[in-house]
Each structure stands twice: as C-alpha cells, then as structure tokens.
Write a protein that binds this ligand. Sequence first.
Ligand code: DC
Length: 216
Amino acid sequence: MIIAIDGPAAAGKGTLARHLAVELRLAYLDTGLLYRAVGKKVLSLGVDLEDIARAESISKALKPADLEIDGLRADDVAQAASKVSAIPGVRAALLEFQRSFAKSPLKGKKGSILDGRDIGTVVCPDAPVKLFVTASTEVRAQRRFKELQDRGSTVIYARVLEDMNERDARDSSRSVAPLEQAEDAVKIDTSVMDAEAVFETAMGIILAAAPEVNVF
Ligand code: DC
C-alpha cells in the first residue's frame, strides 16, 4: 500500500500524513525534509544557491542522518530547499531514495505514505491512493505565521505571505516535476477544516479507494 500526498506549503499535508501513518500502520516519509537537508547544507557550507554542481554533489552525498539536522524547519531553509529542488540533478539524486522507501516499507509496517510536491506525479505514479491537499494562500500563510510565532520567531505576517507566494510560484513553475495535482488525485481543500475533519475526509477517500488498507 502506498499513499501519495501532494500540495503546496502549509496546507496540512504533514499533520494529515503523520496521523494516517499511525492509524494505518504505514511508514511515513516527509520528502520536503530531503530538499530541506540539501538546502541547509548549501547554506551552512556557504555555497552559492545558484551553484548547480555543488548542490548536486551535496544531494548525492545525503545520508539519512542528515534529516535530523537542527533548523531544517526554518524559513530560510525552506526557501533554499525550494531553490535547490528546481535543479534536475538534485531531484534525480533524491528520487531513488524516495522510491525505495515507498516500495520497501520498514518491518512491521503495512505500506508507506509519502508527502511532498511530486509524489503522485513522479515518485509514485502508480500509488493506489493519491491526495492533493490544499488551502487558500491566506489560510496557509496564517498557519505558517502562527507556527513560527509558537516556535518563538519574531515574524511579520506580510513577509510570511510573500515568502509563501514566492515559494509556491517557484515550486509550481519549475521545468522538472513541478507541484501539480495528479490527474487521478482527490483534492481536499482544508481552508475551513480542522485537522480532525481533514483526517476523517482522507480516511473516507482512502477506504473507498483501497478498502484492504484497513485489514490488519
Ligand atoms: O514540504 P516542505 O515545505 O518541507 O518542502 C520544502 C521545499 O522542498 C518545497 O518548497 C519544494 C521542495 N520539495 C519538492 O520540490 N518536492 C517534494 N516532493 C518535496 C519538497
């Protein structure tokens, strides 16, 4: 069983994927973390974000432990991740790891769930369940603003909104594996839903598409 979840930043993909992973005993991979780890390394090493060759070699050398680096959730890292993720060689280097995670879930798990931007379109095009989780830009920016405030950052809402618009535009317009809804994905607009309602909606879609997922 593979569940693919895609959508723009702060739409609620991660919260939903984590909850589904526990409920359905699936191994969870937040694929944004891979790009964030590459972006973070590029920033920490003082490498120019336009330096394609260095970004590619950093992505080829990425290890699972790099996903535990501190500060991956910061907004400057998100922007760096978005920039390096537009480099075809970086995407190619990270693709195999994502596919093998999807196909060989950890022991004791019934399958896998991956969230990102191109899971249903490129990484796992044959996934039996695909969700496209989205929300209005304002709602997503508000959520990110609150999340950053809760973490103690001094942030300005207008700046968060601007950064989010910039990142979504870049992620949606790049030439390789842009953010887009797969033809066979079911869209969930979370703008006026809380996390529980999103979970219940997703469970309904999953059980209709793949009833076997609930058989333990
Ligand atoms: O999901 P996130 O916000 O942590 O992702 C950070 C960036 O990584 C995002 O702006 C674009 C990139 N990304 C991607 O290109 N493909 C994915 N499957 C996941 C993330």
